[in-house]
Structure formats: structure tokens, C-alpha cells
Design a protein around this ligand. Structure first.
Ligand code: RIB
Ligand code: CA
Length: 304
């Protein structure tokens, strides 16, 4: 059976790293490209980290670096991933930045019209820039799965905004206004999906386990400091899992807009909760995931 074509746009990031490994090791997808964006750390660091992950799993997926800053504001990095974006791992190799992620997104979508799904795991800057540069691709993208937003829970970067949207609200607004199939995997679902260090002992490959252990011990410490959760929150792997097993999720169609001006609310995903309203429903908002199936499939795939 023909494999689903995927572009993974990402800002590794401990959870991004696991999501990339999950997607590649699942062997279910034709991953056309990994495109990196500044977010959890600088574009140099997120690209270094992406290369580290691809080398770790001996993957040949093409890697292209993208935007080093959001569309309108300066980069505000995450706290939980450390300065390098992959606290716990020492990376000395500086990956050469290709600076062509936007063109590669455009090229891959034009070459495979109506076939490419974009998995967006970081700020939406690259994808928005691709839509600005070549608006014709908006109707050619099959769908976009976005880890981001907070609907009925607090934000994790200000009182109401989730990090990926907060970093580049203008980019998110372009995506949410675009006539494209959007699936949003918000904090409402991800916050409750986390693994402890003990859970990672389910990984059989000792070399892989030791590296993931070194990554996770730092990530878990940082998550507790900033989120008070006692485990590694699986934000991006949950979003990736939607593509692996969509039946494990429930969703509701909503109208969601992005706040780009609010002094206290900039970056908020503002949902119309009157589901009976005539407002056009522009997003499928994920409401739940079967955590047991996620955990079982996660470790089954990592032991592939
Ligand atoms: O809010 C969680 C998101 O922000 C995840 O994608 C994580 O990697 C960070 O980028
Ligand atoms: Ca991310």
C-alpha cells in the first residue's frame, strides 16, 4: 500500500525528537522532509538537534532549515528544553543551515498535489511563509496536523496561550484563516499524556534507551519546574500519533481564531464554544486520546 506522504515541521525539542523517531520507526510514512524552525531554541540549535535525532536512528530523511525568527516579533524560546533545546545531550556538530525549508515545503507540495500532510510540531512560521510565498499550495496540501493551542485549559506560555502559537501568532493566524483541512491537538489533550523515567525502560535497545534516558532526565526535571507535572509530557508524540492511529482520538469541529493583539491574551486560540452557532467550523479540535493505546503503540514502535 502506498505510504502517506508527510512533511514534519519541527523545533526539536525533547518531545519533537521523540515524535520524529516515532514517525520514522513506525515505517508507515513516506517522510519527504524534516523542516526546522526556531522555537524551543534557535534555528541553529533546532537544526543541530534534528540532525542528531536522524543520525541516532540512522535515517536518511532530508533535513532543511527554515525560519530563524517569527513573522513579527523576536524569538521567545521555550524554558523546558534548556538553552540548546535538547538539554541532557551534548552536541558539538554544527549542522550547515540550508535556509530553504520554505521552498522545500512549496516544492514537495507542488510535486505531490493533494497528497502531502504537514505535521506541525513547532511555531507555524515556515508554513505561513510558504503560504505567503506561494498561495497556490494552500489548496494542494491534503491536511495539516498541528500540535498547539489551548481550548479549555490554561496556556503554558502565558495565561491563555500555548507555546507554538504564542511564539508566532501572526503565522498561526495565516494558517487558521487558510482554507485547508486543519486538525488541532491542543494542551487539553497533551497535558495528561506523560511518561516517567521508569516508563522509558520499556525501550529494549540499550544504546537508544541510554540516550533517551539522558534526554528525558533533564526534560522531566524542567517540566516539573515549569508545569508541575511529574513526567515527560508527550506533546508532539501525541500529535504524531494522530497520523498513526486516528481512531484513538475524538474530535469536534469548531471555529477557532488566533488572538494577535491582546496585551494579556496574544497567542490565544479563541474557540467559539457555542457549537450550535452558524459560524464556519474551520478546525477539527482533538478532545481526547486513548492513552493506553498511545503508550502501547509508542513502545511497540520504539522496539520495532
Ligand atoms: O506547547 C508544547 C509545544 O511547545 C511542543 O511542540 C513543544 O515541543 C514546544 O515546542
Ligand atoms: Ca515542538
Amino acid at each position: 500500500m502506498k505510504k502517506q506522504k508527510i512533511i514534519i515541521d519541527t523545533d526539536p525539542g525533547h518531545d519533537d525528537a521523540l515524535a520524529i523517531m516515532l514517525m520514522e520507526k513506525s515505517k508507515l510514512f513516506d517522510i519527504l522532509a524534516i523542516t526546522t524552525v526556531a522555537g524551543n531554541s534557535t534555528i541553529q540549535n533546532t537544526t543541530n538537534n534534528a540532525r542528531f535525532v536522524l543520525d541516532l536512528i540512522e535515517s536518511e530523511i532530508m533535513l532543511y532549515s527554515g525560519a530563524g525568527a517569527p513573522l513579527k516579533q523576536k524569538l521567545i524560546k521555550a524554558d523546558v528544553h534548556g538553552d540548546s533545546g535538547l538539554d541532557g545531550i551534548v552536541i558539538s556538530k554544527q549542522e550547515k543551515l540550508t535556509n530553504n525549508a520554505i521552498d522545500k515545503i512549496i516544492e514537495n507540495v507542488i510535486n505531490s498535489p493533494d497528497e502531502v500532510i504537514i505535521l506541525a510540531l513547532g511555531p507555524l512560521t515556515n508554513i505561513a511563509q510558504a503560504f505567503i510565498k506561494e498561495p497556490s499550495i494552500i489548496s494542494l496540501v491534503k491536511s495539516i496536523v498541528i500540535m498547539g493551542g489551548a481550548i479549555n485549559v490554561p496556556g503554558n506560555k502565558n495565561r491563555v496561550a500555548e507555546f507554538n502559537i504564542f511564539v508566532d501568532p501572526e503565522a498561526a493566524d495565516i494558517i487558521f484563516q487558510a482554507d485547508i483541512k486543519k486538525i488541532l491537538v491542543p494542551l487539553d489533550v497533551c497535558n495528561d499524556v506523560f511518561f516517567t523515567l521508569d516508563d522509558f525502560k520499556c525501550i529494549d535497545d540499550l544504546k537508544l534507551y541510554k540516550i533517551i534516558y539522558d534526554m528525558m532526565i533533564k526534560y522531566i526535571d524542567n517540566i516539573y519546574v515549569f508545569e508541575k507535572t511529574k513526567g515527560a509530557i508527550m506533546y508532539d508524540p501525541v500529535a504524531a500519533y494522530y497520523l498513526i492511529n486516528p481512531q484513538a482520538f475524538t474530535a469536534v469541529e469548531m471555529n477557532v481564531q488566533i488572538e494577535t493583539h491582546g496585551k494579556l491574551t496574544r497567542g490565544m486560540t479563541v474557540a467559539d464554544k457555542n457549537l450550535w452557532s452558524e459560524e464556519e467550523k474551520n478546525v477539527s479540535v482533538i478532545q481526547s486520546v486513548n492513552k493506553k493505546e498511545f503508550r502501547e503503540d509508542f513502545f511497540r514502535i520504539f522496539n520495532n
